[in-house]
Design a protein around this ligand. Structure first.
Ligand code: GAL
Length: 417
């Protein structure tokens, strides 16, 4: 009788543990801003990957390119004591949340999977705090690209511009023919994506470093910065009348359809190009933004884990390990438009634009010209970033002179410090 009882008890406990194993899914609720066609396709890759490991994905999308709205939503969730399991963050936001002491420690996963050996130092600088991994990098995006409709250029006998002067010549020719030279969405982060390109393209990488990364007052208050705003004024003349407030992916669609000739945008635009069935490097050409060849501005999307209870940690760790696996990094970045955040993923399956990105990244790492993007949260803390956004956007949408813009820039930066 006793033995019988023991056998039954054992059987019951076995079946309980089997069913726990079979049915207890880890659930992760992930807050992110990947809502455009290409971005959503990339989220699909992540969702599927996790599902295979028994982790179910609860979607918390907050629309808005560049992530400002998502950051506001995240702050509201955390402040009200209801954080998501994980959130998409750009580098400076990782720093800010890590300083608050709110991010989960992923060091055990990182050690087990050897992240340290494969992630570039510039990215580790944002992910690792006090020796602890506090965020997992999904990708490396390059914001300083110029996307070109190849047919529009060929039909008009144009060559991709290599400098801002060449850009102006090409854009004037297109404008004369009644073609919109530049597809643009008038939103502060998009205006500043262009501003970053112009700062590097007119001033060079050393100037970007001084003015943007170091906020050196003599660089901010220089003739070069006046020229940067002169070029921004020129660019304002090359966008169509309906640019204001337009989402970035709609601007990309204009280039894909040939309704505009070019777009200055990060390589998430390539996600849209691929999704639309166009070929990057063939139908839509990719060249470094004018004057920025040799410089790799970068931004990385990280996932960071928030304190949602011990029972959720297993799911958080599975998400982190999954994101950094070489097979996921390949599959995801093929769709997203970026390149893997780990340097040991082969490039053979990637398109020519991504392959150029990989090669340019290596060269820029060697020459010290891999630098964080201001527009995409890898150069300055949010307050200073926003102070610069304000001036760039105000100048773009008014007839403010370049000299006044420089004075406003210095004022705005100083009061945000
Ligand atoms: C960037 C982000 C990219 C892309 C883009 C537009 O800041 O790093 O992943 O989504 O915004 O939304």
């Amino acid at each position: 009788m006793r033995t019988m009882f023991k056998v039954m008890a054992l059987a019951a406990s076995l079946s309980a543990s089997v069913s726990t194993y079979a049915f207890a899914e880890d659930t992760v609720e992930v807050l992110h801003w990947w809502t455009s066609g290409g971005e959503a396709a990339a989220v699909g890759v992540l969702k599927d990957d996790l599902q295979k490991q028994g982790v179910s994905w609860q979607d918390m999308p907050v629309a808005g390119g560049g992530g400002e709205a998502a950051n506001t939503a995240l702050k509201a969730r955390v402040t009200s004591g209801n954080p998501p399991t994980a959130a998409q963050l750009l580098g400076m936001a990782v720093n800010e949340w890590a300083e608050e002491g709110l991010l989960g420690d992923l060091t055990s996963v990182a050690d087990q999977e050897g992240w340290d050996k494969v992630v570039p130092d510039a990215i580790k600088a944002f992910a690792v705090h006090d020796g602890k991994w506090q965020a997992v990098p999904v990708n490396i995006h390059r914001p300083n690209w110029l996307w070109i409709n190849a047919k529009v250029f060929a039909d008009n006998g144009l060559e991709p511009p290599k400098t801002w002067d060449e850009f102006n010549v090409v854009a004037d020719k297109l404008k004369e023919k009644g073609i919109v030279p530049l597809a643009h969405g008038g939103q502060p982060w998009q205006d500043t994506t262009i501003f970053d390109d112009v700062v590097v393209g007119i001033g060079g990488p050393e100037f970007y470093k001084k003015a943007i990364l170091e906020l050196d007052e003599s660089a901010l208050n220089s003739d070069t910065m006046v020229k940067v705003f002169d070029q921004m004024r020129k660019i304002r003349g090359y966008v169509d009348p309906n640019f204001s407030g337009r989402d970035w992916n709609l601007a990309t669609a204009m280039v894909i359809k040939g309704e505009a000739a070019m777009q200055l945008m990060g390589d998430w635009a390539k996600g849209e190009i691929v999704k639309a069935g166009a070929k990057p490097g063939t139908n839509i050409l990719c060249v470094a933004a004018p004057g920025t060849e040799g410089t790799f501005l970068f931004n990385t999307d990280f996932f960071a884990m928030f304190p949602v209870g011990e029972d959720k940690v297993a799911g958080q760790h599975k998400l982190a390990a999954s994101v950094m696996s070489p097979s996921f990094q390949e599959a995801f970045n093929l769709v997203k438009g970026s390149i893997p955040a780990r340097t040991d993923v082969p490039g053979d399956k990637f398109d020519p634009c991504a392959q150029k990105s990989m090669a340019d990244l290596k060269a820029a790492q060697a020459s010290g010209t891999m630098m964080g993007s201001l527009a995409h949260g890898h150069a300055e803390p949010a307050a200073i970033q926003r102070a610069i956004f304000d001036v760039v956007t105000q100048h773009f949408n008014s007839d403010m002179s370049s000299k006044d813009a420089v004075a406003a820039l210095i004022n705005s930066v100083n009061s945000a410090k």
